[in-house]
Design a protein around this ligand. Structure first.
Ligand code: DAT
Length: 172
């Protein structure tokens, strides 16, 4: 059976991991967290002193994922999306969270003032939404509200329906 690949993107803290894991368990699709994958495989290319974090080796991440992406049925979670091959994804969801809600979530994570400010600005300026629109066909990029538990439930149900329809359309 052919299965679609789904990209979940958005500013850190918007709820990609929460949605991705729940969606994987309810749909049977595989969940890949690119941050975890990079950490496990040390897929880094230097260190960013300003942001105090390792720099992702994007080419090695793409190589690492290529086989399973061509098989299909993968949910990818990452706060960036312009370096993945466009052909990988059948649909792209950009999660969005109100600033005050996002601020509290990131504060709870213990982010310092600079990291908090940068990420809130990233959300205000819709950086990831613009990046997704610049990297994929507009008609496959969908914003999703991600403020409260009901949003999570709605998003899951909506995506499950989309997967079901996609599978029907691609079975012959
Ligand atoms: P991300 O993977 O985008 O960094 P996350 O899934 O780790 O985000 O979520 C960050 C926090 O927000 C976490 O404590 C769970 C919570 N959260 C996620 N989606 C939510 C929703 N729809 N309603 C309420 N809380 C949510």
């Amino acid at each position: 059976m052919l299965l679609p690949n789904i990209l979940l993107t958005g500013t850190p803290g918007v709820g990609k991991t929460t949605l991705g894991k729940e969606l994987a368990s309810r749909s049977g699709l595989k969940y890949v967290n690119v941050g975890d994958l990079a950490r496990e495989g040390q897929l880094y290319d230097g260190y960013d002193e300003e942001y105090d974090c390792p720099i992702l080796d994007e080419d090695r991440v793409v190589d690492e994922l290529e086989n399973q992406m061509s098989e299909g049925g993968v949910i990818v979670d990452y706060h960036g999306c312009d370096f993945f091959p466009e052909r990988w994804f059948h649909i792209v969801f950009v999660l969005k969270t109100d600033n005050s809600v996002l601020y509290k979530r990131l504060e709870t994570r213990g982010y310092n003032q600079k990291k908090l400010k940068d990420n809130i600005q990233c959300e205000i300026f819709q950086v990831l939404y613009e990046e997704a629109l610049g990297s994929y066909k507009e008609e496959i990029v969908h914003p999703l509200p991600s403020n409260k538990p009901e949003d999570l439930e709605d998003n899951i149900n909506q995506i499950l329906k989309w997967i079901e329809q996609w599978v029907k359309d691609h079975s012959s």
